[in-house]
Write a protein that binds this ligand. Structure first.
Ligand SMILES: Nc1ncnc2c1ncn2[C@@H]1O[C@H](COP(=O)(O)OP(=O)(O)OP(=O)(O)O)[C@@H](O)[C@H]1O
Length: 583
């Protein structure tokens, strides 16, 4: 493919990085544009702009000049060695940036300039402002004096945490919500985050707080939160349980009043803050810095904020690693030890799966390998060259059971079976990618005698993943379902909704035959098979492995070489940001 108009840009230093595959056109365009606008010709500055844009596309909020050389990858995600002579030395680089009309220096630098250098980190100004918005809001809340505790606090806590075996961290988190402007509740799956949210809600009801918002970043996570809170409410004292059960959740976009194609893009902002007394956000690991900035911008000074999630999971698709940053920050200036409460005890996984998740989290590669090669049927490791034999039977059994239930017109059973087994991949494309494995799974099913319709056909048993939000229909990106044809026409039954829908309403969908780990975030399955890429792949990280493994309730099957599995445990996906260091 020729890109004539752009060949002009790819000269000099940026051209060299482009030739190596490190910089792509979406990185070079803004660099060239800003260079022309500000009459900046210094190649080192233009390179920095392009690298900063590239860093953003990879999830980092800024470009960390101290670490920029490590782990650079090319267009096919392969590691690229950039020759030393192409890199400016750090002092020379900092001097060039300091002299550039594009760059504001330090927190007080000219806000009109498009880039900002903070220590050795280079930001696009917009992201610097977002990071500051989040930092200042959270720091103010964490350092302002606590509200006086309600007189009956101990009594209420004793009612919500009866018995001798009380989880002290859960109790502390609930108590904190009664008096603090911000609480961060962090814990892995099964550590009781939802249980704790339900108890927080009960305490707030006792306190007479009425305006409570419960939200999650995706439609799927919102539905799950609503269901989980309703279930956890059953264990609450009867008179508060009813109020807690009635609380609906919304997506974060809906809470903030997203208005497509309008200005401002969100109805709630500093000029029109949210009317709530308490705002609780679940699955915070999936929230990008930009959304977090919008949320903090829309908080009234009196609104208490509760942020909940698992900081060891993969971060948001867009730039930022907000929850991970919040849990690693020192929370300077706080006298009460900061707002973070970590839940450590696991109430759901007490067996091998719990051990595996913990070993991954702790970075214990040999222990992880030991667990998956100990001969347990629920934890296995299969080398890629034997993947077909191992996986085929699992895919065919699960797929045929779903189809049998769908053909028999049993939607409830088909939906239950949908979450029986999920094939997860790190990559979207290529030999280790979800699209490749989805095609393979479909071939296996067809060869087994399952009736798979032609491309685009809505046949009974076809599985569906919704990929766009349609709040008016109650349909959200990430919803899953299955097609039934027993009424004489194809209808899609989605989990969590009662009414089957015509396929045309769903917008673009994909099959559930294989998904990326990112797409499976926020869901759980009985068994997970995880296809890991080569040891070289930059997507092979501890966060990815942990997220995939913690999707499983009963069994995890990994398809990888021992070297790739070891590398995944040892490599952490650290995103550059300043939030962690400046809080
Ligand atoms: N303090 C506790 N004592 C006994 N059981 C508990 C306690 N806390 C939670 N549980 C139980 O542990 C299980 C997991 O709890 P919960 O769903 O709240 O965890 P979670 O962190 O929200 O998990 P996930 O992130 O997977 O949704 C539930 O069955 C819950 O009833």
């Amino acid at each position: 493919m020729t890109e004539p108009a752009l060949s002009v840009v790819a000269t000099g230093l940026t051209g060299e990085f482009h030739a190596l595959g490190v910089l792509d056109w979406p990185d070079l365009h803004p660099a060239r544009h800003l260079g022309l606008l500000y009459r900046e010709r210094d190649e080192r500055v233009l390179l920095t702009v392009a690298l900063a844009v590239r860093a953003l596309r990879a999830g980092s909020v800024c470009l960390d000049l101290d670490r920029v050389r490590a782990g650079l990858t090319g267009r096919d995600d392969e590691l690229v060695e950039v020759p030393d002579e192409l890199w400016p030395t750090l002092p020379e680089w900092l001097d060039a940036l300091a002299a550039s009309p594009l760059v504001a220096l330090g927190p007080a630098g000219d806000p009109a300039r498009p880039l900002r250098l903070i220590d050795h980190k280079l930001y696009l100004t917009r992201y610097w402002q977002q990071e500051e918005q989040v930092r200042v809001t959270l720091q103010q809340r964490a350092t302002s004096p606590s509200a006086p505790p309600p007189r009956q606090l101990d009594e209420w806590l004793a009612e919500l945490f009866p018995g001798a075996d009380v989880d002290p961290d859960q109790r502390r988190a609930v108590a904190q919500v009664a008096t603090e402007g911000v609480t961060v509740l962090a814990g892995g799956p099964g550590t009781g985050k939802t249980t704790t949210i339900a108890r927080m809600l009960a305490l707030l009801v006792r306190q007479g707080v009425r305006r409570i918002a419960l939200a999650a970043p995706t439609g799927k996570a919102k539905t799950r939160l609503e269901e989980a809170v309703r279930e956890a409410a059953r264990d609450l004292p009867r008179d508060v349980a009813a109020s807690v059960e009635q609380l609906g959740a919304s997506t974060l976009h809906r809470l903030l009043g997203a208005r497509p194609n309008a200005r401002p893009a969100f109805r709630h902002n500093r000029d029109n803050p949210l009317p709530h007394d308490v705002v609780i956000i679940d699955e915070l690991s999936m929230v990008s810095l930009t959304m977090m900035a919008r949320l903090t911008d829309a908080l009234a000074p009196h609104t208490r904020l509760v942020l909940v999630g698992d900081p060891d999971q993969l971060s948001s698709v867009d730039a930022g690693a907000v929850l991970s940053d919040l849990t690693q920050a020192a929370w300077l200036g706080t006298t009460r030890g900061g707002p973070v409460v970590r839940l450590r005890r696991n109430y759901r996984f007490t067996g091998l799966l719990g051990d595996l998740a913990e070993a991954i989290r702790a970075g214990e590669a040999e222990q992880v390998l030991g667990l998956v090669t100990a001969g347990q049927p629920t934890l296995t490791l299969t080398p890629p060259n034997h993947a077909h034999d191992a996986l085929r039977a699992r895919v065919v059994t699960a797929g045929r059971a779903i189809q049998a239930a769908a053909v028999a017109g049993d939607a409830a059973q088909a939906l239950r079976l949908l979450d029986g087994h999920r094939l997860l991949c790190a990559h979207r494309h290529g030999p280790f990618g979800a699209t490749t494995w989805a095609r393979r799974a479909e071939q296996w099913l067809r060869a087994s005698g399952a009736v798979i319709g032609a491309e685009g056909e809505w046949y009974a048993g076809r599985t569906v993943l919704v990929t766009v939000n349609q709040p008016d229909w109650g349909i959200y990106n990430g919803d899953t379902g299955v097609v039934l044809t027993d009424t004489g026409r194809a209808l899609v039954h989605l989990g969590g909704t009662t009414r089957p829908l015509s396929p045309e309403l769903l917008g673009p969908t994909q099959s559930l035959d294989a998904l990326t780990v990112h797409k499976a975030q926020g869901s759980q399955f009985d068994a997970v098979t995880l296809v890991l890429p080569d040891v070289e792949s930059p997507l092979l990280t501890r966060e990815l492995l942990y997220t995939a493994v913690t999707r499983a309730r009963e069994a995890v099957h990994v398809i990888a070489t021992p070297e790739a599995l070891r590398a995944a445990v040892q490599r952490t996906a650290r995103r550059a940001s300043g939030l962690r260091d400046r809080l």
